[in-house]
Design a protein around this ligand. Structure first.
Ligand SMILES: Nc1nc2c(ncn2[C@@H]2O[C@H](COP(=O)(O)OP(=O)(O)OP(=O)(O)O)[C@@H](O)[C@H]2O)c(=O)[nH]1
Ligand SMILES: [Mg+2]
Length: 213
C-alpha cells in the first residue's frame, strides 16, 4: 500500500484558527476554479471521491484537509478567478487563501494546478510572484493533459518551463492527468519529499526520490 492510499478527509474549515494547531506539515493545492485541484487530490490518493469534484465550477469554498499520515495533510484550497460569484464572496475567498498561503507555518510547498490548455494565466502569475518570495517551493501540475496529444502536451510543458526560466520564477513543472492517472507518481514523490515522509511508503521508484536534507 502506498502512503497516499491511506488519506482521509480530516477537516473542513472556513477560518484559519480552526486549522489543526499540532500539524507537522501541509502541502496546499491552489489554482483557478475548475482547473482540477480536487480531481488531482483524488488521483493522487487513488480515490474517486475523497475531495469533492464539483459539477459546477467554484464549489470548493472552504479549506479541506486530507490526512496522509498522522499530522501531515494535503490541503485543497478554494479556486480563484471564478467570474460568476459576487464580489464580496470573491473577496472573502481571497482573504482566506491569502491568509493561509501567507501565514500558515506548517506549509511546506504549493502544488499549483493549471489546465495544460491555459498555462500561467494572469492570476496564476500573480500567485506565483506573491508566493515565491516566501521561500517555499512551487510545483506546477499541468493537468487535463489527456485533452491534448502527447506532442502538444510536451510542447506546453517545454513552453511553460522556458517562460518560467525567462521570468526568473524557479518553479518545477510536470504534465498530469487525473482522468488518465498520468504523472501521479512524479507528483507523489515531490509531495512525500516536502512532507519528509518515508519514501518507502510511496509507490514511486526509489531512484527518483531524493533523500531529504
Ligand atoms: N479530462 C479531464 N478532466 C478533468 C481532469 N481533472 C479535472 N477534470 C474535470 O474538470 C472539472 C473540474 O474539476 P475539479 O477537480 O472539481 O476542479 P477544482 O479545481 O477542484 O474546481 P473548484 O473546486 O471549483 O475550484 C470536473 O468536471 C473534472 O471532472 C483531467 O485530468 N482530465
Ligand atoms: Mg475543488
Amino acid at each position: 500500500m502506498s502512503l497516499f492510499s491511506h488519506a482521509k478527509l480530516a477537516l473542513t474549515v472556513a477560518e484559519l484558527h480552526h486549522l489543526p494547531a499540532d500539524s507537522l506539515g501541509e502541502v496546499a493545492f491552489a489554482g483557478r476554479s475548475n482547473a482540477g485541484k480536487s480531481s488531482a487530490i483524488n488521483a493522487l490518493t487513488h480515490r474517486r471521491r475523497l475531495a469533492f469534484v464539483a459539477r459546477k465550477p467554484g464549489k470548493t469554498r472552504l479549506i479541506q484537509l486530507f490526512e496522509l499520515a498522522p499530522r501531515h495533510f494535503l490541503v485543497d484550497l478554494p479556486g480563484y478567478g471564478y467570474a460568476q460569484v459576487d464580489a464580496s464572496t470573491r473577496r472573502q475567498w481571497g482573504r482566506l487563501v491569502d491568509a493561509y498561503l501567507g501565514q500558515r507555518e506548517p506549509l511546506k510547498g504549493l502544488i499549483l494546478i493549471m489546465d495544460v490548455r491555459h498555462p500561467l494565466t494572469p492570476l496564476d502569475r500573480h500567485l506565483v510572484e506573491w508566493f515565491l518570495p516566501r521561500g517555499r517551493p512551487v510545483h506546477v501540475l499541468l493537468t487535463k493533459a489527456d485533452k491534448l496529444s502527447r506532442s502538444q502536451a510536451l510542447g506546453a510543458l517545454r513552453g511553460l518551463e522556458r517562460l518560467l526560466a525567462a521570468e526568473g520564477m524557479p518553479c518545477t513543472v510536470q504534465l498530469f492527468s487525473s482522468q488518465a492517472r498520468s504523472g501521479v507518481e512524479q507528483a507523489q514523490s515531490i509531495i512525500a519529499q516536502w512532507l519528509d515522509l518515508s519514501a518507502r511508503a510511496v509507490k514511486a521508484p526509489a531512484a527518483k526520490i531524493k533523500t531529504p536534507g
